[in-house]
Design a protein around this ligand. Structure first.
Ligand SMILES: [Zn+2]
Length: 382
């Protein structure tokens, strides 16, 4: 007879073995807060013993501005703060408070360093000590100095952590993936853009307008042949026509999709709404898009290249830098830059790409198999 182990049991076993492994491999870092700051302790400098956070006593005492004295032979260490005296005798291993032996091994020596439970040290020297589990932080505060409440402190620490993570990623050379997108083509500027992308071995995403496709069908084929991604940007690009009704909107998108299919044999499901999806693309339009399997992409970096004249093309380069840095600071994993098939943009493009490359960004074309949500409504279905 076959024995069957229920899947749930296997899942549990796998879960626990992984849990044990990770718990054994590495105790997560703990932190110490003093008033509204996190103190600078190195990784592994704070130990956990029997559920207590242990800190190096001398370093912590300095943070607390306590007096630290050592006996001449180095046998006894004394910490004094707010009229309280904690002493440790290295020879006997005993801890004394105000001259009275505790009878407990409160302070522990590990090699040369002495460790003390942070709660004990804090409370003995006049601080309130809270443990905030969500940020794994023991926080010392004093009633005499104004400070944030624990929820505000937690928020502050979290924000700092997010920033730090992004910073670490940046120093490791890990930066968000950049998507160069070009709207309103194809037109006479498209060949120059294609050429720049080609010499740089980069793929972009082109959101094409139907009336333009009819003028430059061979450019649509060139875009596809050179490995770029093609998206749909309506037939007319006319605000008053396109957004007049859900029917108009869907008809225009279906029509440009068909045009591109006729020219390339490929069916694009990616739409960029002219002028941005918000506020034009109504709830009803979004439902229709979802029903037809379309995806909707806006952007998170807008250099307003369409406003800038050819002689001022450097301003586009600068605006891209600013927008990309802004988007990265917001911790976007992907940066989608809105550009247009324009002469000034085409002229700025080599410098834009050089800067992105130099900064360590990777550039990719939209990939329907790795779609990510990037619409102003944050609609996860689009
Ligand atoms: Zn457009």
């Amino acid at each position: 007879m076959k024995r069957i182990i229920p899947t749930s049991v296997i899942c549990l076993l796998v879960f626990f073995s992984q849990y044990l492994l990770s718990a054994e491999a590495k105790e997560p870092n703990r932190f110490i807060g003093l008033h509204d700051q996190l103190l600078a302790f190195e990784e592994g400098e704070i130990a956990v013993e029997n559920g207590q956070l242990m800190v190096p006593i001398e370093k912590m005492a300095r943070y607390l501005h306590a007096d630290i004295t050592s006996s001449e032979n180095g046998q006894r260490l004394t910490i004094q703060k707010n009229g309280q005296r904690i002493a440790y005798d290295r020879l006997t291993g005993s801890t004394m408070v105000n001259g009275i032996p505790l009878g407990l091994e409160m302070i522990q020596a590990k090699e040369e360093t002495l460790y003390i439970p942070i709660r004990f040290l804090g409370e003995m020297t006049g601080f309130e000590v809270d443990y905030i589990p969500t940020i794994r932080t023991a926080r010392l505060t004093s009633v005499t100095s104004p400070h944030l409440n624990n929820a505000q402190f937690e928020e502050k620490v979290r924000n700092a952590q997010v920033k730090k993570q992004a910073e670490v990623k940046r120093t490791q050379g890990e930066r968000p993936v950049v998507y160069l997108t070009f709207d309103d083509g194809p037109n006479k500027n498209t060949p120059s853009i294609l050429e720049t992308l080609k010499v740089n071995h980069i793929q972009g995403t082109f959101f094409l307008v139907g009336k333009q496709v009819n003028y430059f069908p061979e450019l649509v084929q060139k875009i596809q042949a050179e490995g770029h991604s093609i998206g749909l940007h309506s037939m007319t690009h006319e605000r008053s026509v396109l957004y007049a009704s859900t029917e108009n909107f869907m008809n225009e998108m279906n029509e440009i999709q068909q045009l591109i299919r006729n020219l390339t044999g490929q069916t694009s499901l990616l739409i960029r709404a002219p002028y941005g999806s918000y506020p034009y693309v109504t709830k009803e339009m979004r439902s229709s898009l979802i029903q037809s399997g379309y995806k909707l992409w806006d952007w998170n970096a807008d250099p307003f290249d369409w406003k800038i004249k050819i002689d001022d093309y450097q301003q586009i380069v600068q605006a891209v830098k600013n927008e990309v840095e802004k988007a990265e600071k917001k911790n976007n994993a992907h940066i989608v830059i809105l550009l247009h098939d324009r002469e000034a943009t085409a002229k700025a493009l080599p410098e834009i790409i050089a800067w992105l490359k130099n900064e360590g960004f990777h550039m990719r074309a939209y990939d329907p198999d790795n779609h990510f949500v990037n619409n102003f409504y944050d609609d996860p279905s689009l």
